[in-house]
Ligand binder design. Structure first.
Ligand code: M6R
Length: 609
C-alpha cells in the first residue's frame, strides 16, 4: 500500500528512484511522484498514472545534477488518484512521501490552517508535512522536528523527508508501515521493500519503530528517541535482482506459478527430520505443540483461505479444535479462547495491517502467537512470539499464488507436527503425510503447469461470462473460495464460491443455460455427494468444469468438461486443484486482456485497516 524509495550519494538519483518505483509499483499504482534536490532547490514532479507517465514528465524537464531525492507510488486512501493528491507533498521547507494513514489528520489540518497553511490536496499526508514544517520552524532542528511532529500523529506511517535547506540529506521514520535502509557502493537508500533496491545493493537493515534515520552521502545514522545515536549493522540479503524480474514469462503471476513446486519443496524440506515433521530449526519443540489445546487462525484474503484448509488439517490430522477468522473482524468480535489456545496468523507480506492489528490484540490479551510469513524480517514476523517462514521468495504479482501454496504446505506440516508430537498421529501416518506434501504435491503442481494448453481451452469457456460459480465440499469448499477470489481479482469476472450442498438453498436460481460452474472434488469420501450437486446444476443448463482425481474421471462423469487431477495422495490432488484454479484464472484474465499483475483498485501489501 504505497511504495517509498529514497537515495542520497554520489550518483544521479533520478534513474535510481524511477527504477525503484517501477519495482515498487505492485504496492500501489494509481499515481506516482518524486522530489529531487537540485541546485535551485527541491523540484517535485508527480502525476496520476504509472511510472511511464512520470518518466515522460522527467524527460521534458531534463533535470541535472540530482544526487538525492525521494519517490512514491500511491494506492489512494484519502483523496482520489490525481496529480494534486500524488506524493511528494510539500509544505514550507518540508517535502515528504508517506505510506500509511494519519488518523488525526483533520485535527492537525485544522490547527495548521488556523496558522495560515493553505492545503492543496485532500490527503492526510499533507497534514503531516505541515506539522513537521511547523515544528522545524520552531526548533530549526530536523531531527527534533520529525520526532515532535510524529509524537502527535495517530495512525501508521513510514516517511521519507527532505528539508529545503538541508540538501543531500534524507530523513526517515516509521510506525506500523515498513521501511528499510540500505548501503550501496555509491550512497545510501531507503525503501518500503528490499526488492526495489536489489538492482543497486543487497546490504540492508530494517528501520525499527521509534528509530529515525538520517542519511547523507557520507553515511547513515540511526537516532533513537532518547537521543542515542547508532551506526546501522548491515545485513546481506541472498536475494538477487533476478528474484524481482519476470525471467522470460509474460507476467510475474505466471512466473510465480511456475515457481510453486520448488517453493513448496523448499518450505517443507527444512522441516523434515528422518521423514517426520520437525520444527526445531524454527525454535519450536515438541513440548510447545503439547501445550496447545486449540488454534485460532487469523488472516486476510487468500491467507485466510489457506486458514480455512488449515481448520480441516488441524482438526482431522492434529486432532485439536481449530477456527479461522477474518483478521479485520477478529479484535472487534474476539472469539472465546480456552487456556492453551494458540493464535496462528498467516501473511505473505508480513505487513498486512488487519492481520497485524489482530496479532497485537491476541498478544495484548496474553494469547501465545505463531506467524506463518513469507517476507523475512517484516513486522508480523518480528512481533509474533514465534515465526515459521515460507520459502516462496519475493512475490510481486498482486494475486498471490506461490505465497498461498507455501502457506498451505506449512499448514500441512504444522498439523502433522502437532498430531505426531501429541501422539495422535502414528509414525507411519506422519511420514506418509510428509511425503505427500514434500514429494507428491510439488510433482502434481508441476504436472498441471505442464498442461497449460488444456486449461487455456477451458479459460475460453469462462472468458465471455460475467458470473462464475465454484462449488466444493470440505477442503474443496475452501479451495473454491480461493479459486473464486483469484478469478475475480485478475479477470474482473464476478465469481462466488459455495459449499456444493448449499447452492440448492437459493443461489441455484441464478444458474441458467451456459452458466459456468467449476466443481472441485478432490476428497474421495465426498465425491459422490459432490457429483450429485454437479448433476443438479448440469441439468439446469450449467457448463460444469469438474476437477477430480484422474481415476474418478475415468468412470461415468456428468460434467461438461473434466480436468483429471494427479491422484498420488489427497494432498497432491488438492495442490493440483489449486494449480488448476490459479492457471484457469490467469488464462481467463489473459484472454480478457486484463492487467494481470496489477489489477485495478488493488495493491500487493495492504498496510491500511
Ligand atoms: O500479505 P498477506 O498474505 O497478509 O495478504 C493478505 C491478502 O491481502 C492477500 O492474500 C490478497 O487477498 C491477495 N491479493 C489475493 O490474491
Amino acid at each position: 500500500m504505497c511504495g517509498i524509495i529514497g537515495y542520497t550519494g554520489s550518483s544521479n538519483a533520478l534513474p535510481k528512484i524511477t527504477k525503484g518505483l517501477s519495482v515498487l509499483e505492485y504496492r500501489g499504482y494509481d499515481s506516482v511522484g518524486l522530489a529531487a534536490t537540485t541546485e535551485e532547490g527541491i523540484v517535485t514532479v508527480k502525476c496520476r498514472g504509472r511510472i511511464g507517465a512520470l518518466e515522460e514528465r522527467l524527460t521534458a524537464l531534463s533535470l541535472e545534477g540530482c544526487t538525492s531525492g525521494i519517490g512514491h507510488t500511491r494506492w489512494a486512501t484519502h483523496g482520489g488518484p490525481s496529480d494534486r493528491n500524488a506524493h511528494p507533498h510539500q509544505v514550507g521547507r518540508v517535502t515528504l512521501v508517506h505510506n500509511g494513514i494519519i488518523e488525526n489528520y483533520k485535527e492537525i489540518k485544522a490547527e495548521m490552517s488556523a496558522n495560515g497553511v493553505e492545503f492543496l490536496s485532500e490527503t492526510d499526508t499533507e497534514a503531516a508535512a505541515a506539522l513537521i514544517d511547523a515544528c522545524y520552524a520552531a526548533s530549526g532542528d530536523p531531527v527534533a522536528a520529525i520526532l515532535q511532529a510524529t509524537a502527535r500523529m495517530k495512525g501508521s506511517y513510514a516517511f521519507g523527508v527532505l528539508f529545503e535547506d538541508r540538501p543531500g540529506e534524507v530523513f526517515a521514520i516509521r510506525q506500523g508501515s515498513p521501511l528499510l535502509l540500505a548501503r550501496g557502493a555509491d550512497g545510501f537508500y531507503l525503501a518500503s521493500d528490499l526488492t526495489a533496491l536489489l538492482p543497486f545493493t543487497t546490504e540492508y537493515r530494517c528501520l525499527e519503530e521509534g528509530e529515525l534515520a538520517h542519511l547523507s552521502p557520507d553515511g547513515a545514522v540511526l537516532l533513537r528517541a532518547g537521543g542515542e545515536k547508532i551506526i546501522p549493522a548491515w545485513i546481506r540479503s541472498t536475494m538477487t535482482p533476478e528474484s524481482a524480474q519476470k525471467g522470460g514469462f509474460a507476467h510475474f503471476m505466471c512466473k510465480e506459478m511456475h515457481e510453486e513446486p520448488e517453493a513448496v519443496r523448499k518450505s517443507v524440506s527444512s522441516r523434515i527430520r528422518e521423514g517426520l515433521p520437525d520444527f526445531s530449526a524454527d525454535g519450536i519443540t515438541v513440548d510447545f505443540w503439547r501445550q496447545i489445546t486449540g488454534v485460532q487462525i487469523v488472516a486476510c484474503g487468500s491467507a485466510m483461505h489457506a486458514g480455512l484448509v488449515g481448520i480441516d488439517l488441524l482438526e482431522r490430522v492434529a486432532g485439536i479444535p481449530a477456527t479461522c477468522h477474518i483478521a479485520s473482524e477478529y479484535r472487534y468480535h474476539p472469539p472465546l479462547a480456552a487456556e492453551g489456545t494458540l493464535v496462528l496468523v498467516i501473511s505473505q507480506s508480513g505487513e498486512t495491517a488487519d492481520t497485524l492489528a489482530a496479532l497485537r490484540y491476541a498478544k495484548s490479551v496474553g494469547l501465545p502467537t505463531l506467524a506463518i510469513v513469507n517476507a523475512v524480517e517484516t513486522t508480523i514476523a518480528r512481533e509474533a512470539d514465534r515465526c515459521v517462514y515460507t520459502y516462496a521468495g519475493p512475490e510481486i504479482a498482486v494475486a498471490t499464488t506461490k505465497g498461498y501454496c507455501t502457506q498451505l504446505s506449512v499448514l500441512y506440516m504444522l498439523a502433522a507436527a502437532i498430531g505426531h508430537g501429541c501422539g495422535r498421529l502414528s509414525d507411519t501416518d506422519a511420514r506418509a503425510l510428509v511425503r505427500a506434501v514434500s514429494e507428491d504435491a510439488p510433482a502434481a503442481m508441476a504436472e498441471i503447469l505442464s498442461r497449460r494448453e488444456e486449461l487455456c481451452e477451458l479459460a475460453r469457456v469462462l472468458a465471455p461470462h460475467d458470473h462464475v460459480f465454484y462449488i466444493g465440499r470440505g477442503v474443496d469448499f475452501a479451495m473454491s473460495e480461493e479459486g473464486a477470489l483469484k478469478l475475480k481479482e485478475i479477470s474482473y469476472i464476478h465469481a462466488e464460491a459455495y459449499a456444493a450442498g448449499e447452492l440448492k438453498h437459493g443461489t441455484i436460481s441464478l444458474v441458467e443455460e451456459g452458466t459456468p460452474v467449476i466443481a472441485i472434488a478432490t476428497e474421495r469420501a465426498l465425491y459422490d455427494k459432490t457429483e450429485s450437486n454437479v448433476r443438479e446444476v448440469q441439468s439446469r443448463g450449467a457448463h460444469v468444469i469438474l476437477l477430480c482425481p484422474a481415476d474418478m474421471a475415468r468412470g461415468e462423469v456428468s460434467a461438461t468438461d473434466v480436468v483429471p487431477l494427479p491422484h498420488g495422495s489427497e494432498a497432491a490432488t488438492l495442490f493440483a486443484a489449486l494449480a488448476t484454479v490459479q492457471l484457469l484464472a490467469y488464462e481467463t484474465a489473459a484472454l480478457r486482456g486484463c492487467d494481470i499483475d496489477r489489477p485495478r483498485n488493488l495493491a500487493k501489501s495492504v498496510t491500511v485497516e
